[in-house]
Design a protein around this ligand. Sequence first.
Ligand SMILES: NC(=O)CC[C@H](N)C(=O)O
Length: 254
Amino acid sequence: MELKALILRAPGINRDADAALACELAGARPERVHVNRVAEGSVKLADYALLVIPGGFSYGDHLGAGRLLAVDLIHRLGEELERFVADGRPVIGICNGFQVLVKAGLLPGPTRQPPRVTLTTNESCQFECRWVQLEAVSNSRCLFTRGIEHPIEVPVAHGEGRIAVRDQATLDELEAAGLVALRYVGEGYPANPNGSPHNIAGLCNAQGNVLGLMPHPENAVLPHQHPRWTREPSRREGDGLQIFRNAVRYAASL
Ligand SMILES: NC(=O)CC[C@H](N)C(=O)O
């Protein structure tokens, strides 16, 4: 049976087509759906196996990147989304989508708890747009990064990607609970493009079925998207595709 992926659209979201392509290459059938269609009930989240919140500048990043779409998630999708997550279905938030999930309290979770983590302006105070190396954290609960044993290369493009935590205890807890899913490889800037502590690039929830990450795996799915594709012709696909394939495989197993 073909699995359907809901790619959530909202004003200012701009990487929905890229996310749709990644889902399609991973074996799912993507549908790009405006958040209003879900909120009014004409599209039901429960009809989908996978939810993607793509990158972009939702609502123009007003009040902080991801903040206003997070309000939509909490107040307009609310229980439907909570049920989707509680059912164990995979949710991936990419860049702006990660900011949305964090500001909605879905990451690191649990929901309805006071926020302990946020994403804020890069340490460099500028928009960072380049390719980075990422490693999957081996003790992570994340289902999207399974089997990724070597560093992968994907691009970043963000202005507000720095993780800020309430205190050191929160950071220790994220690590100990296996909620850190991905890290930038290398020491300091520019390997870590935003100054996130412990080089954190992505977080998951305790169930492992919600992942948010600042880099863009959906822009690293085809061989020629890589900057060295002419010099490394052996590359058969982009490194980011594994993340989508894991999601589709997992969704199929539910
Ligand atoms: N590419 C993106 O999703 C960018 C996210 C957000 N608008 C930022 O600048 O941080």
